[in-house]
Write a protein that binds this ligand. Structure first.
Ligand code: CLF
Ligand code: SF4
Length: 516
């Protein structure tokens, strides 16, 4: 599996480099920065990760790829205003820096937000993280954002607090972030060169005035870097989101990756630009395209060795609820919450999370066992798509999948490399054959698709497209199932029963997902 943590050596170097600001700023937050190495199923965490960092990441679905199969997050949409303009954003919708473009969330007051969090926490005990990620910028709405966090810190002490910002106002709020024990902050950083930045940001509102062009991008860049350094110095785990915009910052994101690593970023999440004309953004209306799946992967792979990459982001909405990739926000609208009883039982939540933890460790152990038997790397590498509803298992029917998780396999490794959203194939009990070409396009770079069940028609179409439908591993752990299929595949190739051929590129789904 892909490592999702910065190394301890990097942490120490970062801490030393930032020793001076740390000394002057250290109060409130832990003084330990981001650290660790590979994801681990042991309850103590990886050997080289300080226990306090493991505590912060082990059940955060965004900061740990492994955790995202098992733990849920929710967002509350309390922050509507924004202090900058991004060319990929239309304010009619949620902030595209953290949210899927084209989605509108139900805005809440802090009191409504707190009630919603307590209700969800009592209904979904594996919900461990609360984030504020728009619909505008969390720190352009500081009163609402921090009032929500203040109340939650008192009323839901076991829930980790998380916020996302464009970084312009960040240096002014680092003390406040620490005061409320907000352990996780995301900054969207699309450039470290204002000449690139001025193609992305037409204006910012700063120091009581609107500033445009190069000067605007320069101020934003300086504020982002300062904010990141201040958070690292105070031990707040900081993730960087970058929107990959082909022709504008695709070649530049490697430099962004290096610069944020130097300043102590814990993770770097490179997300594809989604720029459908119907969303009415500047980029959408001027024909700026988003990347293909392979273009995204190439940029991510080119950043290998720098700040560790997050590849499981789902570009959630600003009122998302549930596991990453599932959207239960409709179950928790304001009117429905009014009808629900809040039973915030900390012991019950802990008890449930212990069960989740043993499931996660079982997945980890199954993967280790499968890797030990995988037969070694012979140079062959393939991608497979997996249909899952969570729990780390192959447990979704092909026709019910709204996304497929993509794994890269060799004879000695398995790595989660992303997901592909698709329209539902099964509509009201019938297969929708018109959807099949778009589903095939979304996983066209894969050699196989692992599912709990699949009907005859899609099975034949997938085979005709060169993608093998596999249902023998239904309800098994994903990595174990994928490696078992790959071992059989290599045997068939070696025996001359089939020929191994390279696959083509795949499309990243633009537009909203159709609900089940
Ligand atoms: Fe939300 Fe963001 Fe916190 Fe996660 S989401 S504020 S760090 S709790 Fe996660 Fe969603 Fe991607 Fe964000 S998958 S859009 S990275
Ligand atoms: Fe839109 Fe978010 Fe950019 Fe503000 S920071 S313009 S809300 S994408």
């Amino acid at each position: 599996m892909q490592s999702a943590y910065i190394s301890l050596g990097d942490l120490k170097a970062n801490r030393n480099a930032l020793a001076a600001p740390a000394a002057s700023a250290a109060s409130g937050c832990s003084t330990t920065g981001s650290a660790g190495k590979s994801s681990c199923g042991s309850s103590d965490g990886p050997d080289d990760m300080p226990p306090e960092i493991w505590e912060k990441v082990k059940n955060h679905p965004c900061y740990s790829e492994e955790a995202h199969h098992h733990y849920a997050r929710m967002h509350v949409a309390v922050a509507p205003a924004c202090n900058i303009q991004c060319n990929y954003c239309n304010r009619k919708y949620d902030c595209s820096n953290e949210s899927r473009p084209g989605v509108v969330s139900q805005k809440l007051t802090p009191d409504q937000a707190v009630k919603k969090v307590l209700t969800v926490a009592s209904e979904i005990p594996q919900m461990t993280v609360l984030g504020i990620a728009g619909p505008g910028d969390a720190l352009a709405n500081p009163k609402k954002t921090f009032e929500t966090f203040r109340q939650l810190q008192e009323k839901a002490p076991d829930i980790k607090l998380c916020l996302s910002t464009n970084g312009l106002a960040l240096p002014d709020y680092v003390d406040e972030i620490c005061r409320y024990n907000i352990d996780h902050v995301t900054i969207t950083i699309n450039m470290v060169d204002p000449a690139v930045g001025e193609k992305i940001y037409p204006w910012i509102y700063w120091d009581h005035r609107r500033i445009t062009g190069y000067e605007a991008a320069k101020i934003l860049h300086e504020r982002q870097m300062l904010g990141l350094e201040m958070l690292t110095a105070r031990g707040v785990l900081t993730k960087i989101n970058s929107v990959l915009i082909p022709g504008i910052n695709d070649q530049h994101l490697m430099e962004v990756n290096r610069e944020v690593k130097k300043r102590g970023a814990f993770l770097h999440n490179i997300m594809p630009l989604i720029s459908e004309a119907e969303h009415g953004t500047h980029f959408g209306l001027t024909g700026q395209r988003g990347p293909s799946a392979q273009e995204l992967k190439e940029v991510q792979d080119a950043c290998a060795g720098g700040a560790n990459l997050m590849r499981h982001c789902r570009q959630c909405r600003a009122d998302a609820v549930g596991l990453l990739g599932e959207d239960r926000s409709d179950e928790f609208t304001l009117d429905k919450i009014e009808e629900m009883e809040i039973v915030y039982d900390l012991d019950k939540r802990r008890e449930y999370q212990e069960k989740v933890e043993s499931e996660r460790q079982a997945q980890h152990a199954a993967k280790e066992e499968a890797l030990a038997e995988a037969g070694g790397d012979d140079g062959m590498k393939v991608l497979v798509a997996v249909a899952t509803t969570g729990g780390g298992k192959v447990n979704e029917h092909f026709g019910h999948a709204t996304e497929f998780q993509i794994y890269e396999l060799t004879g000695a490794s398995t790595a989660f490399i992303g997901h592909r959203r698709v329209d539902l194939y099964c509509q009201g009990g019938y297969g929708e054959d018109e959807q099949l070409p778009s589903i095939v396009n979304a996983i066209n770079d894969c050699h196989a698709v692992l599912v709990a069940k699949i009907g005859a028609c899609p099975r034949d179409e997938l085979k005709a497209a060169g993608i093998e439908p596999v249902e023998e591993y239904a309800h098994e752990f994903i990595e174990k199932a994928a490696l078992a299929w790959f071992a059989g595949y290599r045997k068939r190739v070696a025996a001359g029963e089939i020929e191994h051929v390279e696959r083509g590129d795949a499309s990243i789904r633009q537009g909203a997902v159709m609900a089940a």
